[in-house]
Design a protein around this ligand. Structure first.
Ligand SMILES: Nc1ncnc2c1ncn2[C@@H]1O[C@H](COP(=O)(O)OP(=O)(O)O)[C@@H](O)[C@H]1O
Ligand SMILES: [Mg+2]
Length: 410
């Protein structure tokens, strides 16, 4: 115990004294035993003193031991207290810091505007979407309409003829249904049905022609178009028929040497026609001119097909024939080939009083029509106007009605 470094000298002072005293007593006892026997009161006294000293030493040792134990416990407890204190202090510090930061924030922040609960939904934005839809819809529809309009460049309205060409519209002819009965050519069957809309439109065109061009009352007309199959021949027959019915003496001349078909319309032989007349002579005119089933309407077929029709039509002889014929007839109508295919129509156009251009509805290309018009103007032909053929009802009615009444007024 004494050697233990943890025990202090204070603690062991009493113990040391007791040990010293014991040693003294032991030496004294050893000396006295030289003189006295065991039973001697001095020896007895020494021994009892030694015993009590031993007892005291033992007691003291026990006391120190418990003291040491307590000291150890105390130290453990003390350390615990110290650590707890350190932890407590650091926590306290942190608490102080956060408090001070909180205080700082609280002083800096103000409520500027209180948040409110909206009464309308944020999304979807109905108004915005509607406006967007409107614009996108408009944009797409006009875009598509323009695209389609530019894709299909055919003439689709009477106004377009005037707009793109500056040509007056003489009238429109509706598209008629082809009859199954093939015994009468459709071009003629129109003329026999006096109440047909097609016949009405021919009459309107005739009225329009003569009223707007009084100088044409006894003149030569050339019917042509920009491309084939626009209805030149059918129109020539129709107009000639209507004029003949009105009492004019009319001659129909087939000058389409490429695709002659007037003889088929009237069921007459093609031979002994214009080309033969030009080859032989004007003297025997009556040999070539054929009368038709329509009163006042005569027909001059194209005759045998010449190698160069354009040259033939441009000869001096042709001019003489035309002059001679114009003396005998009130009206001569030439059914010519298309302008853009061959020059025949151009050659002849300068020798007549007026040219009528047939435009097929939703078929004739704007550009083609424009070029045909330019070609005719190039040879100084007098273009009377255009006829829009094979018009189909659109938007509840035929354009033809409008032009019919327009024609009557003028
Ligand atoms: N208004 C119309 N309605 C229906 N078909 C027509 C009309 N006009 C012409 N046709 C038809 O169109 C085709 C071509 O006509 P056609 O007069 O021979 O043309 P072109 O002489 O210009 O080549 C013919 O089959 C004809 O019956
Ligand atoms: Mg024809």
């Amino acid at each position: 115990i004494i050697d233990d470094p943890t025990t202090t000298s204070e603690d062991t002072a009493l113990l040391n004294k007791l040990i010293e005293r014991k040693a003294e007593l032991e030496t004294e006892l050893a000396q006295q035993l030289n003189y006295f026997k065991e039973k001697h009161p001095i020896i007895k006294g020494l021994r009892s003193e030694l015993n009590s000293i031993n007892k005291k030493i033992e007691e003291e040792r026990q006391r120190i031991l418990t003291l040491k134990k307590k000291a150890i416990q105390y130290r453990i407890l003390k350390r615990e207290v110290e650590t707890s204190k350190a932890i407590y202090e650091s926590l306290l510090n942190r608490l102080k810091e956060t408090r001070s930061i909180q205080n700082l924030r609280l002083t800096n922040i103000r409520v500027v505007d209180r948040a409110t609960v909206p009464d309308k939904p944020v999304r979807p934005k109905k108004k915005m979407n509607l406006i967007l839809a409107l614009f996108i819809g408009l944009f797409l529809s006009t875009g598509t309409a323009l695209f389609i309009e530019n894709l299909d460049l055919s003439i689709k309205e009477p106004d377009e003829v005037q707009k793109y060409l500056g040509l007056p519209i003489l009238g429109t002819i509706p598209l008629y249904k082809q009859k199954k009965d093939r015994s009468v050519h459709p071009a003629l069957s129109i003329l026999t049905n006096s109440h047909s809309r097609v016949l009405e439109s021919y009459r309107a065109i005739k009225a329009n022609l003569t009223l707007s061009n009084p100088d044409l009352s006894k003149r030569l007309l050339l019917v042509t178009s920009s491309v084939p199959n626009e209805g030149k021949s059918v129109f020539s027959v129709g107009l000639a028929g209507v004029m003949a019915r009105a009492g004019e003496k009319v001659l129909l001349v087939d000058v389409d040497f490429r695709h002659p078909n007037l003889h088929q319309v009237f069921g007459i032989q093609r031979t002994n026609g214009l080309s033969d007349l030009l080859a032989e002579g004007v003297q025997n005119l009556h040999n070539y001119i054929k009368s038709t089933e329509i009163e006042n309407l005569d027909l001059l077929t194209c005759g045998s097909l010449p190698p160069d029709p354009a040259e033939l039509l441009g000869t001096k002889k042709m001019e003489e024939v035309i002059q001679d014929l114009s003396k005998r007839y009130d009206r001569i109508i030439f059914d010519a080939p298309p302008v853009l295919a061959v020059t025949d129509a151009l050659v002849l156009s300068t020798r007549v009083d007026g040219v009528i251009i047939i435009v097929r509805f939703e078929y004739t290309h704007r550009k083609a029509l424009q070029r045909a018009k330019e070609a005719l103007e190039g040879v100084n032909a007098r273009i009377l106007g255009a006829v829009l053929n094979m018009v189909t009802p659109r938007g509840g009615g035929y354009y033809y009605y409008y032009y019919y009444h327009y024609g009557e007024k003028s």
